[in-house]
Design a protein around this ligand. Structure first.
Ligand SMILES: C[S@@+](CC[C@H](N)C(=O)[O-])C[C@H]1O[C@@H](n2cnc3c(N)ncnc32)[C@H](O)[C@@H]1O
Length: 170
């Protein structure tokens, strides 16, 4: 009985990690030093609704909540999800949802964070075009959305060594 439960647990952990890695990106958290930059680029106003698509341990979500946002993270990999969900219980303004980011409606978003591999951009852009309201800011870490360059507002890369970040607006 115990070994069956253990196998199920390992299957759940590995299965959700692999699903995330194939679907959009593996769990590779934004470096602590870059979290502030990413949130600053979004210029969040208190009360705005902010989503982090594939939120990992929730670090962007919690920082957005610190700025007064209603911050929501969506995560598929059970380990970081569970960690972030526990932390969210004690964090005002933060919520962590479980599931596939492509299945959540983003029409209420004011700001969306994306730190995913560019292989997911085609699907993401189709979703953004369908759901995001005019004015929504999208902050992207690492890979720019070349097919959305007419919506690019700002590129942020203070030095050659820094991770590039991009601000888009619908
Ligand atoms: C590169 S990490 C970024 C984590 C976090 N946003 C950060 O900046 O620290 C990408 C995250 O997206 C999650 N992910 C990948 N595909 C997903 C999907 N289809 N639905 C929900 N989460 C997904 C991964 O499990 C991983 O935690």
């Amino acid at each position: 009985m115990m070994s069956t439960l253990l196998y199920l647990l390992v299957f759940l952990i590995l299965g959700t990690a692999v699903y995330g890695a194939i679907s959009a990106a593996p769990w590779l958290p934004t470096k602590r030093k870059d979290v502030g930059r990413m949130v600053a680029l979004a210029a969040i106003k208190p009360g705005e609704r902010v989503y982090d698509l594939g939120c990992g341990d929730g670090r962007l979500v919690f920082e957005a909540a610190n700025q007064g946002a209603e911050a929501i993270g969506i995560e598929i990999f059970v380990l970081p999800y569970f960690y972030a969900w526990i932390k969210s219980i004690f964090k005002k303004g933060a919520a962590i949802l479980y599931g596939d980011l492509f299945n959540y409606d983003l029409s209420g978003a004011d700001v969306v964070f994306v730190f995913l591999q560019d292989k997911s951009y085609k699907r993401l852009l189709a979703k953004f075009k369908k759901e995001l309201k005019p004015g929504t800011r999208v902050v992207v870490g690492c890979w720019d959305m070349t097919d959305w360059k007419d919506h690019l507002v700002k590129e942020d890369k203070p030095t050659d060594k820094d991770l590039p970040m991009y601000l888009y607006q619908v």
